[in-house]
Design a protein around this ligand. Structure first.
Ligand code: TYD
Ligand code: MG
Length: 451
């Protein structure tokens, strides 16, 4: 942030206690915190943008029958994550690391909307028109009904938006847009917040659905998008390993839908392709028995996805044993290892342990615990797990296998994909399509799988 003298249209506020000052201060005189002052526009000045009509109280009964309008994008993986389509006037933040494919996804969304007759405006504040054109050529879209604007000054953008008056607006990215009233650099917390607030007013007053792109780095160090999360209606992250083609669209906040849903895509030579049958995608074709491999089921929203866990337990060569995970929370692994050590008596402390979730997906729920534990045991004992089996259940600290949500749905998906046996916790769930083995604790699971 620049510490030069502010213009009169802004003030500085301590982000820790809210103390206001006309100039930037290194230390807050009120709460004593250092380096907490951020520049904001003086809100006592009227925004230049015409405000929407002042709302009046209405009877709850009158709004109960109002159905929310939605504009379906026509890409199943996107619509599911949005909760059935784009809500007019809503603001959606799409966060992700640079290069992950945010611009590609948004241009594909813009294309789908435009080809159905919606008026869309794509504002590129970081790429040139040539670069946009190149991407569009690569994606093979005609671009007939998509308006493009290369501009980064927020007021100019807003006047152009008001001229064109699109149904859906794309701002790529919020970090490169700037407000001329602020002295701080584009991408700073002040700029990002202020510009987003302008777009928010525009979205609400003109009922223009707005997508904001926000870059986040791996360590989350880039100021900006996080501070926006409370402001926008929906926050969606686009993630994946850049080297692998897999991309996951994950909603973490959605005022107009569920936050558990994910959309799965593959980045290909000519854009993102929807993966409508993810389980088949994540499981390897081979049916041979392999040590250290277990299949688990992840429930993402209402959709179960089957994935493979690979574990490798190897003697530690030098000093400190290594614990390494891909797609699995390392702290959860520590917990599983501690339970295995204490309850089963297996000595794992002198082994390097690697746990991999294949295909580049990340496990975010506890239903995979049992499978991870069994993959580790299988590798440690050098005995493959029974072929055609799937493991569902959370591991408790006492070694008990606990019930997780959606077991029936997970079983249905497993039998659909040809699995023959499911190891699950004790519940009332039954199935005619797949053999169910109900287990109380991890010792029982080990006993019945590897003896
Ligand atoms: P991009 O959408 O520019 O990422 P972001 O906006 O998140 O920074 O795309 C990033 C990468 O995707 C880029 O390195 C090239 C690759 N890509 C493809 O593999 N296929 C394609 O069709 C396109 C358009 C891009
Ligand atoms: Mg981009």
């Amino acid at each position: 942030m620049s510490r030069s003298k502010s213009s009169k249209k802004t003030k500085f506020v301590c982000s820790s206690c809210g103390y206001e000052s006309a100039r930037w201060l290194g230390r807050c005189p009120s709460c004593g915190a250092w380096n907490t002052f951020v520049e904001v526009r003086d809100s006592s000045r009227k925004s230049w943008l015409v405000e929407a009509e002042e709302p009046r109280p209405v009877k709850l009964r009158e709004v109960m029958s109002i159905k929310r309008e939605r504009i379906p994008v026509g890409m199943g993986e996107v619509d599911r994550v949005l909760g059935g389509g784009i809500v007019p006037g809503s603001m959606i933040l799409i966060g992700g690391e640079p290069g992950i494919g945010k611009s590609t996804l948004l241009l594909q969304i813009a294309h789908r909307l435009a080809s159905k007759g919606a008026k869309v405006l794509y504002v590129t504040a970081e790429e040139s028109l040539e670069q946009m054109g190149e991407r569009a050529r690569r994606l093979g879209i005609d671009g007939e009904n998509i308006y493009i604007l290369a501009e980064s000054e927020v007021r100019t953008i807003i006047s152009r938006v008001e001229e064109i008056f699109p149904e859906v607006l794309f701002i790529d990215s919020i970090q490169t847009v700037y407000h001329p009233d602020l002295t701080s650099a584009p991408g700073s917390v002040s700029q990002v917040r202020e510009c987003a607030a302008e777009f928010m007013r525009l979205a609400k007053s003109r009922k223009i659905a707005t997508f904001l792109v926000g870059h986040v780095t791996k360590d989350g160090s880039l100021a900006g998008p996080r501070t926006l999360e409370h402001m926008v209606d929906a926050v969606i992250y686009f993630e994946g390993e850049r080297q692998l083609g897999l991309r996951i669209l994950r909603s973490v906040k959605n005022r107009y839908g569920s936050t558990n849903e994910i959309g799965v895509f593959e980045m290909e030579e000519r854009g993102l392709v929807e993966v409508t049958n993810p389980s088949a995608h994540f499981l390897s074709e081979t049916n041979e028995e392999r040590m250290g491999v277990a299949v688990i089921s992840l429930l993402e929203g209402v959709r179960p996805i089957l994935v493979e866990v690979q574990a490798l337990v190897a003697p530690t060569a030098y000093g400190m044993p290594q614990r390494n995970t891909t797609g699995f929370d390392p702290r959860r692994l520590s917990m599983i290892l501690a339970v295995l050590e204490i309850i089963t008596g297996y000595s794992l402390r002198n082994s390097d342990i690697f746990v991999n979730i294949t295909g580049g997906i990340r496990v975010t729920e506890s239903g995979g615990d049992l499978g991870v534990a069994m993959a580790i045991i299988s590798s440690f004992r050098r005995i493959p797990l029974p072929p055609g089996s799937i493991f569902i259940g959370e591991l408790g600290l006492g070694g008990e296998i606990r019930v997780v949500k959606g077991i029936q749905r997970r079983l249905d998906e497993a039998s659909r994909l040809g699995f023959q046996t499911a190891y699950i916790p004790h519940t009332s769930v039954e199935s005619r399509d797949i053999k169910i083995v109900k287990i109380k604790n991890i010792e029982e699971a080990i006993q019945s799988c590897v003896g």
